[in-house]
Design a protein. Structure first.
Length: 416
């Protein structure tokens, strides 16, 4: 009987092993920022890494990236905040049977740090399916899909870029060798200049952990302008997109428990209700509750005022609480950020709703998670990064590792 029992087990292992191998590659495309040589105004380059598997090459349902009427060589690219190790990629071509067709040929290029280099491989061209290119492993922050047009313009519906899940990558504390010294300097600077870095308990980290993986915002509309429902939703979407850039730095890293951190705007604060041109009740509205000479959402609902995480006097209950405020001030240039949220100019925000990296806001969100300014010193060997104001306009590898360093030092407070 014992011998018989072994046989099914061996069979099971044989069957499972190839499946486990196949599942070991992770699609890292979704944490990248997409860009392209050209995008038709009615299409969207965001389509290429939105995670939606297209139903067919002539996708009339989901957003698409297309270059009509441009022809010749066109490209779309994924840029990551941190170095990725890649060993295969899938592309799904857009082909509407008219002006946009599958390409005559395509190839991948990766960024070496100073130039684009071709990725040697075979590049199949088929409609209505993913086309897979496998290649020797490359480590890079950018992967470019270069398309040569054939019978029409070209386009893509989705790009997947796969990294081997070897337990390496950024799953643990393993910053690139060149960043070890500057990261060490930054953390020692934090310890010597922050009044209470380990005792303070209202970092963005604490807020997300208290909510079990989400974040709530109040918009402080510190302006006399009116706001339509569409603008309200765009303000929310832009904030969520920018916040996600920092959260993507953490996905899968060093015990961080959340692949996604949903962001909800639960409240709006204004001077005059008539400024808000909607009548639905999707957000709480707080009228003429003035603090710091600006409207704010009710204090009993704010995490800043209730750091225990309990909101007994919040009218809608705890689900209507807000962790941070997005404070948008007319005529304000520059920014401010802290555990209470972020403050930027309302004109800056409204004119950058669709900007890939709203860098002032990103910088201020960094402060909300503990990251410091670098007005008076620069860590060894790093010139340009988001938290050194004016030197970079997106989250760099160094910013990403400084961010992860905060998690490394705080995670034990959550039992992780
Ligand atoms: Zn700053």
């Amino acid at each position: 009987m014992r011998r018989l029992a072994i046989l099914p087990l061996l069979l099971l292992m044989t069957l499972l092993f190839p499946l486990r191998e196949a599942a070991a590659d992770t699609n890292v495309a979704r944490s990248a920022t997409p860009s392209a040589s050209y995008t038709s105004t009615w299409e969207s380059v965001a389509a290429i890494n939105d995670g939606i598997d297209p139903p067919r090459s002539n996708d009339t349902v989901n957003r698409r990236w297309g270059t009509w009427p441009q022809t010749g060589t066109q490209w779309a690219e994924l840029t990551w905040p941190a170095t990725q190790t890649l060993r295969s990629a899938d592309v799904y071509f857009f082909d509407d049977g008219g002006g946009v067709r599958v390409p005559a040929s395509w190839k991948l290029q990766y960024w070496t740090g100073s130039a684009y280099a071709d990725v040697p491989g075979t590049y199949p061209v088929a409609a209505d399916t993913y086309n897979t290119a496998s290649f020797a492993q490359v480590s890079t922050t950018r992967l470019r899909v270069v398309l040569q047009s054939g019978q029409g313009s070209v386009g893509l519906l989705e790009v997947r870029a796969f990294a081997p899940d070897t337990g390496g990558g950024t799953s643990g504390w393993n910053p690139p060798a060149s960043l070890v010294t500057p990261l060490d300097e930054v953390w020692r600077h934090v310890e010597s200049t922050y009044p209470n870095p380990y005792g303070f308990r209202n970092y963005g980290w604490d807020q997300i952990m208290a909510n079990r993986g989400s974040i709530n915002y109040c918009v402080r509309w510190d302006s006399s302008a009116t706001v339509t429902a569409a603008q309200r939703d765009q303000i929310h979407a832009a904030l969520a997109r920018q916040f996600k850039k920092w959260m993507d730095v953490m996905a899968g890293h060093n015990g961080w428990p959340y692949a996604e951190v949903p962001l909800k705007v639960v409240g709006w604060a204004v001077r005059d209700r008539a400024q808000l041109q909607w009548s639905d009740t999707s957000v709480d509205v707080y009228v003429n509750n003035i603090r710091e000479n600006a409207p704010q959402c009710a204090e009993p609902c704010g995490r800043f005022f209730n750091q225990s995480g309990n909101y007994p006097n919040c009218p809608g209950g705890a689900s209507h609480h807000y962790d941070m405020s997005l404070w948008l001030t007319a005529g304000f240039s520059g920014g401010a950020g802290g555990d209470w949220g972020q403050r930027v100019g309302s004109e800056y925000y409204m004119s950058n709703l669709n900007t890939a990296s709203m860098h002032i806001l990103l910088h201020e969100i960094g402060h909300s998670f503990g990251l410091d300014d670098f007005y008076d010193w620069t860590p060894t060997g790093v010139c340009c990064f988001l938290m050194k104001a004016g030197s970079a306009t997106s989250i760099t590898d160094f910013d990403a590792w400084m961010f992860r360093d905060w998690w490394r030092h705080l995670k034990s407070r959550y039992g992780l």
